[in-house]
Design a protein around this ligand. Structure first.
Ligand code: GCU
Length: 682
């Protein structure tokens, strides 16, 4: 059948390398997964299906080992063999969700072992084991342990109940509310499989801007059906909680978090939710931001609001993910400073089951942002990372952009909160301040398109998010390599070329959209295509001119002492670096500084020339990607080849559009010619 990308990275086609195939066939003569819990059954099915595909012949499943070379998966409770191996101490190190992959010899037989403390650990280990074969690794002497470094690895679907998806570019919402609760689409199962395969253990089904309807009984029954379908895969369901729900669906006159009636309403509502979904994960909340209601409507703080909901779900073990994406309607203050100003003073005031969910940067999922100053600034509060997997400001579904390098860049940054080495990753995994409640959220790029993500390469971003949430220290390079091998092929030349394409793709996009620290100059409201000329909207911080501040003299947002002084929100070494134009990395130049058009950058060129050449460089790199891809014709199935090829054509047009539009517009201020090497707009 057509290769439409539906199978994602879980393709399980026969291993191509003959020597590897032979070795795998020999090592795995049967699969033994004792026990019949729903999760172990899923592990067994996945191993059977995956291995039969990869080995190119049916792999028998037995209850007890009967061959010389057996694959055994289980916990000490489910498998006598695993119990007998005495893995106690080793298993202690991998916790509730981790696993061991081992090779063991016993009584003349050889066992390949997937061992864990829990059934879900067994399932995660099974996917890892399959990945070893998909990427053609040596499995003859396994001795490997893995455990997630964050606890809550959660997709945020910005899905509305009418199935439109806010900032979704891959069709409609997967959740078919009309046919729920009775009809369980196979798509839900494949979605859960994909998530389990990369360790994602939570999903927020509804948009942060959603109304309260999903909290009514009728919808909760549908949510229950999804939760039941996802449960064997370790995937917990969460919902967004509209702050004004007590008024809208509860008949109360207020949603004041300190009002006992409101508190009682949320407690009762939570009890009701848990009666349907005993392992409900909890709430995600967007409050007092972009018109959403919240505690401030009643003169209360974000902590008051979060704590009220936290108390309602606490008896059931639920959590609250309270978003820090707030900026006020009226405030003249630099938007980049507002979340920090609101939240930092609340450090220490949140309940134990609250996480504050912070976007990677202080504006809004731009192609590149310096890390958010809240990382490291609230040591008493668990801080959850929010990345955006859907490419709202990054070309949406038609641009090939591998996002992992951007995420890696943020996670690697040093906040200096507790001295040198206080990286954002350490804030997120809880090690910096000793938090046990940890997590990472990703705004999903998934929809009803057959290939799930619109662009075939969008799948890589879903994949990379899961892998980085499991381990924020993984490199974008190793994740790309895994994904390519699983999704396309292990053929060396192909892997090398695609890896190169993917690893350069983010910088390429930054160059043709927002080089040198420019930001938020996209089209009005939809954020698609260039719009640096956007001005005169009802709020300044939704215009482009607010962000680039170009005039005859120069360009850029002065966030140093002479400007908004946003740099002061960082710890001193960082504040000093960003406050000093000489020390500011060029990639953030115009984020922090307003500079004259003839300012000399590191290359020795003027700012204007450099900017123009960056835009041209972005276009050139897209053409380079096209060449690389086109040279792979015949090595990739024709369907996916053609799909990506045509998307790259769109991307080239868009890169040119960006270059021409932005340069022509800024030229009206700079009044300088385009430097040599920059194509003249037609
Ligand atoms: C962006 C996005 C909105 C979204 C908001 C949020 O501003 O454009 O659609 O609602 O982020 O994260 O809440």
């Amino acid at each position: 059948y057509a290769e439409d990308g539906y199978r994602l990275w879980l393709r399980y086609d026969q291993v191509q390398d003959p020597a590897k195939l032979k070795a795998y066939r020999q090592a795995i003569q049967e699969v033994v997964v004792p026990g019949n819990s729903p999760t172990l059954s899923v592990a067994q099915q996945e191993l059977k299906m995956g291995l039969s595909g990869l080995l190119g012949k049916p792999v028998p499943v037995s209850q007890k080992p009967s061959q010389r070379n057996t694959l055994v998966a289980g916990t000490p409770a489910s498998s006598a063999l695993i119990k007998d191996l005495g893995l106690g101490d080793k298993l202690k190190t991998v916790g509730d969700e981790g696993y061991l992959l081992l090779t063991a010899n016993k009584k003349g037989k050889k066992y390949t072992v997937i061992a864990a403390n829990t059934d879900i650990g067994v399932l995660y280990g099974s996917y890892h084991f399959l990945r070893l074969l998909q990427t053609q690794q040596d499995i003859s002497k396994l001795s490997l342990a893995s455990a997630p470094k964050t606890k809550h690895r959660v997709l945020n679907h910005w899905d509305n109940l009418d199935r439109t998806v806010e900032r979704g570019y891959a069709g409609f919402s997967l959740w078919d509310w009309h046919k729920l609760p009775t009809y369980i689409d196979q798509r839900y199962i494949d979605y859960a499989r994909a998530n389990a395969s990369i360790g994602i253990n939570g999903t927020v089904l509804t948009n942060v801007n959603a109304n309260a309807l999903v909290l009514t009984e009728e919808y909760l029954k549908k949510v229950k059906a999804l939760a039941d379908a996802f449960r064997p895969y370790g995937l917990k369901v969460y919902l967004t909680a509209r702050f004004s729900a007590p008024i809208e669906i509860g008949g109360l006159e207020t949603a004041d978090p300190l009002d006992p009636k409101v508190q009682a309403w949320w407690k009762k509502k939570s009890d009701e939710i848990y009666s349907y979904i005993p392992d409900f994960g909890g709430f995600l909340v967007k409050a007092n931001s972009e018109g959403q209601p919240g505690p401030q409507n009643y003169g209360r703080s974000h902590a008051d609001g979060a704590n009220m909901l936290a108390d309602a779900v606490a008896p059931h073990g639920g959590i609250v993910m309270w978003r820090a994406f707030v900026y006020s309607n009226e405030e003249p203050e630099d938007r980049a400073k507002q979340a920090y100003n609101e939240f930092k003073p609340l450090d220490g005031q949140f309940r134990d089951n609250v996480m504050v969910q912070v976007k990677n940067g202080a504006i809004d999922f731009q192609p590149r942002e310096p890390f958010h100053p809240l990382f490291g600034a609230m040591p008493k509060t668990p801080i959850m990372m929010e990345f955006q997997i859907t490419q709202e400001y990054l070309g949406q579904a038609t641009n090939l952009v591998y996002l992992a390098p951007m995420w890696e860049e943020v996670l690697d940054e040093d906040t200096y909160a507790e001295g040198e080495g206080s990286t954002v990753a350490k804030v997120i995994d809880g090690t910096l301040n000793g938090h046990r409640l940890t997590g990472m959220a990703g705004v999903a790029n998934i929809g009803t398109d057959r290939n799930w993500t619109g662009h075939q390469f969008g799948q890589a971003n879903w994949y990379a998010f899961g892998r980085m949430a499991w381990n924020p220290y993984l490199s974008s390079e190793e994740i790309a390599e895994e994904w390519i091998k699983m999704t396309f092929s292990n053929q060396e030349e192909l892997v090398e070329k695609l890896e190169d394409m993917m690893l350069n793709s983010h910088e390429t996009l930054v160059n043709y959209m927002t080089p040198l620290g420019l930001h938020h100059i996209m089209g009005w409201s939809h954020h698609y295509g260039p719009g640096p000329w956007i001005k005169d909207k009802h709020r300044a911080d939704w215009t482009s001119v607010y962000y680039h501040r170009a005039d005859e003299k120069g360009i850029g947002f002065d966030r140093t002492k002479t400007g908004s002084n946003a740099v002061a929100q960082y710890f001193p070494p960082v504040a000093e670096k960003y406050g000093n134009v000489e020390k500011t990395p060029e990639k953030y130049l115009l984020w922090f500084h307003h500079l004259p058009w003839d300012y000399k950058v590191k290359s020795g060129r003027t700012l204007w020339d450099e900017m123009a050449l960056r835009y041209q460089g972005g276009v050139d790199s897209v053409r380079q990607m096209q060449q690389t891809w086109n040279a792979l014709e015949g090595k990739i199935d024709p369907e996916r080849f053609k799909h990506v090829q045509t998307f790259l054509e769109i991307q080239e047009q868009e890169a040119e559009w960006w270059r021409d539009a932005v340069l022509l517009y800024f030229q009206t201020f700079s009044k300088r010619p385009l430097p040599e090497g920059v194509e003249k707009p037609e």
